[in-house]
Design a protein around this ligand. Structure first.
Ligand SMILES: [Mg+2]
Length: 186
């Protein structure tokens, strides 16, 4: 049994896709899949203000409505059935915390624990989990520096990033990799 920390946005919840859809719908523009971690330069000119602390903050229900990443809900169920302890660890400003609870009420991923950390606080300070799954290269690098295992969840915005951790393309690959690593431990 492994304690597994899962990031929320772009690992469980399709944040990048959801933001693109919402902006496309509201402004009638085409938004390409994000190629960089910093999406401010793409979004602020379209929405005409700070896309996160202004635009999204005034429409948080959009976030609640973002779909799950393909395979995430079933993948979490498989990891639970395999006996792992699942903790979701996500950084949120206070105004966005309710999004987690509403989204979880709707999609019901079977997790053991949810930990919300303040924005800017390293996830290593908030969780004792052994393994982190995250799409943020910085979070993965910090976790590795703490001497723990991490897996980078591949997304268009991190595809060019080099990290010293295995990368998975989707939830099927993630569950397979966790099972392989568990088998090696036995
Ligand atoms: Mg994320």
């Amino acid at each position: 049994m492994t304690e597994i920390a899962l990031d929320f946005d772009d690992v469980i919840c399709a944040f990048g896709l959801g933001i693109r859809d919402a902006v496309e719908h509201e402004f009638g523009v085409r938004v390409e899949p994000f190629k960089e971690w910093n999406i401010t330069e793409v979004l602020n000119p379209i929405v005409g203000e700070d896309w996160f602390g202004g635009w999204l903050r005034e429409r948080p229900q959009r976030w609640v409505d973002f779909p799950a990443i393909d395979g995430a809900i079933g993948g979490i169920k498989q990891l639970r059935r395999d006996g792992h302890y699942i903790e979701v660890v996500t950084a949120k400003p206070e105004w966005a915390e309710f999004v987690i609870w509403e989204w979880f009420g709707k999609h019901r991923p079977p997790v053991n624990r949810v930990t919300i950390v303040d924005v800017g606080v390293p996830k290593t300070e908030a969780s004792d989990a052994e393994l982190l799954v995250d799409d943020a290269p910085d979070n993965v690098a910090t976790w590795l520096r703490d001497g723990r295992d991490a897996i980078l969840f591949s997304q268009s915005h991190n595809i060019h990033e080099e990290v010293n951790a295995p990368r998975v393309a989707n939830w099927r690959e993630l569950v397979e990799l966790v099972r392989m690593e568990e088998a090696v431990k036995l």
